[in-house]
Design a protein around this ligand. Sequence first.
Ligand SMILES: *Cc1c(COP(=O)(O)O)cnc(C)c1O
Length: 219
Amino acid sequence: MAIKENLLQIKSQLPNHVTLVAVSKTKPVADLMEAYNAGQRVFGENYVQELVEKHEALPKDIQWHFIGHLQSRKVKLIAPFVNLIHGVDSLKLLHEINKEAQKNNRVIDCLLQIFIAEEESKFGLDEKELTEILSSEEFKNLKNIRIIGLMGMATFTENKDQIKKEFQNLKTIFDKVSKQKTENCQLNTISMGMSGDYQIAIECGSTMVRIGSSIFGVR
Ligand SMILES: *Cc1c(COP(=O)(O)O)cnc(C)c1O
């Protein structure tokens, strides 16, 4: 396992405007430290408890992204320090994040997760639900969150055309909704692309890729 080499190899392929989130879930802090020493500062985790422990153990200039499915009752554990929450898919969760952000005197950046895959099991909003949330008065009153973009996951398949279609769909939705800017909604980020499909995602307009196994090895 050569984390530094993997990381530098991937970075060399990314255009400047694409942010790399190193997805370190289930990996020991020593592995994250290796990536840190190679210059990586943005890390993504899926589990709240693990994120809290790693945040405590590792250097304070790391930007922590939560990329998993967040339960309302656990928001308070990450609210003091999390930099970006990727997978938000309900107004209820936004309320909870807003509440905890307020307690911590912060504005927490979030991405709304859009359902683009064929699989039934994936979380996310459809376009209608997205526009309903963004245009609601209830949403506009949440002053301690800021929606900075959208996140999506393509179907887990070998079919590149299908993956491409799904990412293009997310980009189309993004282009439509990003025109309207309000105080707590300024869409400039499209988080799409993982180890198996990030090249396609970048072709389709991704500005943020979430890469785990190609950096840290299989889980
Ligand atoms: C695990 C995970 C990733 C990274 O997956 P790899 O295939 O290991 O790159 C990206 N996004 C989410 C939401 C994940 O859960």
